[in-house]
Design a protein around this ligand. Structure first.
Ligand code: MN
Length: 228
């Protein structure tokens, strides 16, 4: 047995709908993967190569738990996304093989300290402190692909306090799931337990303490989180 000099951190996991837990290794996120969101962020909605950023695994927030409003921000935005859970790793994965590497899907929120991110963007600095803060990744239970298949179309929607803020369709992703997996696997060796937040449609906006976010991805599931 390894003689750890401090207590080792717990393995982060996400509940699986129907039972069990999915152990998480890394959390990757795709930037600007819907054209209308790319436009609202002042970017190019054309098909530039996808880009990625990361959140720490322990930023995940499960079980529809309340989300504490983070420090160092006065402009925290919601980004409603579908999440892919990788079951089988690999490098240089071909698009036609990519879906075989997917264990399941979830509904997630890529919560963003937009003010912090914008300072970093303007200065050409990393996004980590805008994106990877504590509790910044609420996620629903994971549903196995063996139960629901591989959704490539369907409603993706977020309501805040009952009002629709984001509403689009999975088919509007600039880079679809197989393309995203293939591309990311050329940058890193994907591993079992990796999650990929696949980008958000237009309509991102601020939330404040007391707001209740309720999101759905048709055919995948739903999430509900209150900001406290
Ligand atoms: Mn995002």
């Amino acid at each position: 047995m390894t003689d750890y000099v401090i207590a080792p951190p717990a393995i982060v996991s996400v509940p699986v709908v129907g039972g069990g837990a999915f152990p998480v290794r890394r959390v990757f996120c795709v930037g600007r993967n819907y054209a209308e969101h790319a436009r609202e962020m002042g970017g190019d909605p054309n098909r530039e190569p996808p880009f990625f950023f990361m959140k720490p695994a322990d930023a995940l927030l499960t079980g529809n738990a309340d989300m504490p409003y983070p420090p160092a921000s006065e402009d925290m935005h919601h980004e409603m996304e579908m999440v892919v859970a990788i079951g089988t790793g690999g490098v240089d994965i071909a698009e036609e093989d990519a879906l075989k590497h997917v264990w399941g899907y979830a509904v997630g929120l890529d919560m963003t300290r937009r003010d912090v991110q914008n300072v970093a963007r303007k200065a050409g600095r990393p996004w980590d402190m805008g994106k990877g803060f504590d509790h910044s990744a609420p996620i629903s239970g994971i549903v196995p692909a063996s139960k629901i298949g591989h959704p490539d179309k369907g409603l993706i929607e977020l309501k805040v306090n009952g009002t629709v803020r984001q509403s689009s369709d999975l088919s509007k992703m600039i880079w679809n799931i197989p393309e995203t997996i293939a591309y990311l696997s050329r940058l890193v060796r994907l591993a079992p337990g990796d999650l990929i937040y696949t980008g958000t449609p237009e309509g991102v906006a601020a939330v404040v303490r007391g707001d209740v976010m309720e999101g759905i991805v048709e055919g995948v599931g739903s999430i509900r989180t209150k900001i406290v």
